[in-house]
Design a binder for this molecule. Structure first.
Ligand SMILES: Cc1ncc(COP(=O)(O)O)c(C=O)c1O
Length: 394
């Protein structure tokens, strides 16, 4: 391969549309920067897109998860036994952090090695008298097994709260994630399929839950600044202890602009993912590709391959370094939380307790995936993977 003409392909590349720039300019000109009309319009737009009745925009998915757990009755330092929330160890630290911040104990259930999502059989084994909720994560945008998880939650009167940070574009039998659980929390972080720069949203069919999240996100106050100005009413009450978790109009304006492109961007992501799959199929002895079962629509936030390490002479780290040396930036989603020192120490977690997550954590590689990625760039990534595998197969 000619090293001089080498391309540089980043893992993520975010393009901000001209519509987005106009939306942001409008906010800056208006002088109203905090929660106001743009947040309201963005909430409406996302609610329509995902066909959900009740939504509350918040400052991040992490805050949204924390407040949702607060809204269902978990409180830090609350008298009585600590409530437990079952989740996956194969996730970003934020999922677990939100459970701890809310005042509950995270209890981990191993994953299905094929989908990388929480294994419902493991969830059922971890339910105790103290369990209050289950938080699956739709890894890469592939929906967790909501059909079985709902059955377990119904049988034990638990709430099912989706960490839908990756899965805004996903469906199961045409139902969006918030319609498959009690509440879903999305992320609008910079690299996500729909971005505000930073932000999140709680989406649910339960009005009371969403109203409580909204209240908690503005310090437990009966009204926010924008409502007080609109109603010409200065005074307010704090009816519960709250937090600071509102989304600003500046962030919502970015989201509103990007929302216009969302469907088209999802189509492009799907086409690119299909191209990866067809290009990499001949390497199936060395690489496991994402699976898509009947009825599932993948949200394609990430394209994760799993290296078959026993068939290769190199480690995942060496593979990443070889890809980087060819100008291709790859990622790792995720190092399981038990591999992170603070979580490992604080919860006494050991990889032996989660063999599937431990194995996945050693072999997953995320390939570049974003709407501005060209088909020829996908082909270039695949040619390089093929070449590396050919030179390093056992
Ligand atoms: C699975 C998962 N959950 C939660 C989060 C946290 O999202 P945010 O940055 O919006 O708080 C992320 C962010 O990348 C994530 O990947």
């Amino acid at each position: 391969m000619n090293q001089k003409k080498r391309k540089q392909i980043p893992l993520f590349d975010i393009k901000i549309s001209s519509q987005t720039k106009r939306e942001v300019a409008e906010v800056l000109t208006s002088g109203w920067l905090t929660s106001g009309p743009k947040v309201q319009a963005f909430e409406k737009g996302v609610a329509r897109l995902l066909r959900v009745k009740h939504v509350a925009a918040v400052s991040s998915c992490t805050v949204g998860l924390h407040l949702t757990l607060g809204a269902i009755g978990i409180q830090p330092g609350r008298f009585g036994p600590v409530k437990e929330v079952i989740t996956t160890p194969f996730t970003f630290a934020a999922t677990v952090e939100a459970i701890i911040q809310a005042g509950a104990k995270p209890v981990f259930a191993d994953i299905n090695p094929r989908t990388l999502n929480i294994d419902p059989d493991e969830v059922a084994r971890k339910v105790s008298k103290r369990t209050i909720a289950v938080i699956p994560v739709d890894i890469a945008g592939y929906p967790a097994n909501y059909r079985i998880l709902n059955k377990i939650c119904e049988a034990h009167s638990l709430l099912l709260i989706a960490d839908a940070a990756h899965s805004i574009g996903a469906t199961y039998h045409k139902r969006t994630i918030p319609n498959l659980c009690d509440a879903a929390v999305t992320s609008f972080y910079s690299t996500k399929n729909l971005t505000c720069g930073e932000g999140g949203m709680v989406l649910s069919r339960h009005k009371k839950l969403v109203d409580r999240v909204r209240l908690m996100a503005r310090h437990g106050l009966t009204t926010g600044t924008f409502e007080r100005k609109a109603k010409k009413s200065v005074l307010y009450d704090a009816v519960i202890g709250g937090y600071k978790g509102n989304m600003s109009d500046l962030h919502a304006a970015v989201g509103l602009g990007q929302l216009k492109l969302f469907k088209k961007n999802q189509e492009t992501r799907t086409l690119l993912a299909e191209r990866y799959i067809s290009n990499l199929q001949p390497l199936s002895e060395f690489i496991e590709l994402p699976i898509i079962e009947k009825g599932y629509q993948h949200g394609w936030h990430l394209f994760i391959i799993k290296l078959c390490l026993s068939k290769l002479k190199i480690s995942r780290e060496k593979f990443l370094a070889l890809m980087a040396s060819r100008g291709i930036e790859c990622g790792v989603h995720y190092q399981p939380v038990f591999a992170l020192s603070w979580y490992h120490k604080s919860f006494g977690l050991s990889p032996q307790h989660f063999p599937n997550a431990a194995y996945a954590g050693r072999r997953v590689v995320s390939l570049p995936l974003y709407p501005s990625l060209k088909k020829t760039e996908v082909d270039f990534v695949c040619e390089n993977i093929t070449d590396i595998i050919k030179k390093n197969r056992r």
